[in-house]
Design a binder for this molecule. Structure first.
Ligand code: NAG
Length: 287
């Protein structure tokens, strides 16, 4: 019995190699729901296949959701730096062996059929990151294991110079933290996020950095993101129907007050740095 399983293994590995390299970015098999529902709703299962739930084991041995990220390559996940460095702690204080990356899941706690757990090999924090102002709140996670692509797990696209956003564009924030409307803590939700004028965030937040941050959401509180949404991608669709990461949820306020717009890192400004770090790590961006 044992030797049979060993013989079968190489065939399985070979079969998985070709689909991995042929999966396009930003192209879910299940289409995300794009009908506007102000306030958010449960996402269609599998429609944001690059979503990653980042979980950590606390000192008292509880698993907590630290935030979210998105798949960029077979070993690379994009997220915010604040999970790894903040006031009073740095990445060197964290035992990253006790962190997990949950991919292919829809439910937060219940185990999904397509869910797979990966581990962190290394974290690369943007050299300009400032824990106080949250300037350059960008980080890359290099995974220990190669991420297996399939219908429920595949990469998102990085925006390039032709991807401009405009005030009024409707983008989407998938996340496990946004539960105010559906009331379901257990599933991946999504919220429509219109791009707002920088002035809205400048008035709300004295430390809004209009050069590198995007303001999106609602001026008069409908929906705001929660801590486990931090690092979630603000997804915008281009004219070809391809989804790309325009922003990264970086700060806002208490999601239960929900009176303010949200602040996102403008990923198009960081695409070059991200691609450079991916290449340096040995996993160049493929698209
Ligand atoms: C970080 O941001 C704070 C607040 O804006 C600022 O006072 C400080 O000088 C910044 N630190 C660095 C190293 O730029």
């Amino acid at each position: 019995m044992k030797s049979l399983m060993l013989l079968a293994l190489p065939a399985v590995v070979l079969c998985q190699l070709s689909p991995q390299t042929s999966v396009p970015c930003g192209t879910p098999v299940v289409q995300p729901i794009t009908k506007r529902i102000v306030g958010g709703r449960e996402a269609a299962q599998g429609s944001w296949p690059w979503m990653v739930m980042i979980v950590a084991l606390t000192n008292d041995l509880h698993w907590i959701v630290e935030g979210s990220g998105s798949i960029l390559g077979t070993h690379v996940i994009l997220t915010t730096a604040q999970h790894f460095e903040g006031p009073g702690f740095s990445v060197f204080d964290l035992d990253l062996r006790h962190w997990q990356l949950h991919l292919g899941n829809h439910h937060m706690n219940a185990r999904d059929q397509h869910q797979k757990v990966y581990h962190i090999r290394k974290v690369i924090i943007h050299p300009g990151y400032n824990v106080t102002s949250l300037k350059d709140d960008i980080a890359l996670i290099i995974t220990q294991e190669a991420i297996e692509y399939n219908d429920h797990t595949r990469p998102a696209c990085l925006p390039d110079a032709i991807h401009h956003y405009h005030v009024g564009d409707i983008c989407y924030l998938p996340g496990w933290g946004s539960t105010l409307t559906t009331g379901d803590d257990e599933v991946l939700n999504q919220v429509d996020m219109p791009i707002l004028d920088d002035g809205v965030c400048s008035r709300q937040f004295r430390d809004f950095l209009s050069d590198t941050e995007i303001c999106a959401g609602y001026e008069t509180g409908i929906k705001e993101f929660c801590p486990s949404d931090l690092g979630s991608p603000l997804m915008c669709k281009d004219g070809n129907g391809i989804w790309y990461i325009q922003g990264l949820a970086s700060s806002g306020v208490d999601c239960h007050i929900a009176r303010y717009p949200g602040v996102y890192e403008d990923v198009s400004l960081y695409s070059d740095w991200i691609k450079q770090m991916m290449a340096t790590s040995g996993y160049p961006y493929e698209y």
